[in-house]
Design a protein. Structure first.
Length: 128
């Protein structure tokens, strides 16, 4: 398994959408794949090796969009025990804001061209 397969690249990653009324409408119109719509959950339950979209203010003309880009699950060892985590980077945009905000930790095998592909896919669906 290569490091790209281990961390999962956007070009091979699915873009998932957390369900809400706007996402259901976009899926019904065919702008989002029905199989990519996920039930509401906490962000730590978002799938790994994928990008998951969460919308805020879905009734607004331009909702606030947060794309959670998660790598694979990794083990982390501490003095108090072992835990699992997935590096997660978030890209936010929307409403009347013209830029992007990023935070979190991008998996080391990804670069911003991979993030850009996910953002373009989401923006394409949202522009419908």
């Amino acid at each position: 398994m290569t490091s790209n397969e281990r961390c999962g690249l956007i070009r091979g990653m699915e873009v998932n959408w957390e369900t809400n009324s706007k996402v259901k409408k976009l899926a019904a119109l065919g702008f989002i794949k029905q199989g990519s719509v996920l039930p509401r959950s906490t962000t730590d339950d978002f799938p790994t090796s994928s990008a998951t979209v969460r919308l805020h203010g879905v009734r607004d003309k331009k909702p606030w969009v947060v794309i959670h880009i998660r790598g694979d699950v990794r083990k982390q060892i501490h003095n108090w025990g072992t835990g699992e985590y997935a590096k997660t980077m978030r890209v936010s945009f929307g409403r009347d804001w013209s830029g992007y905000s990023t935070n979190g930790e991008l998996c080391e095998t990804l670069d911003f061209s991979d993030v850009d592909k996910a953002v373009k896919e989401v923006k394409g669906a949202m522009s419908q």
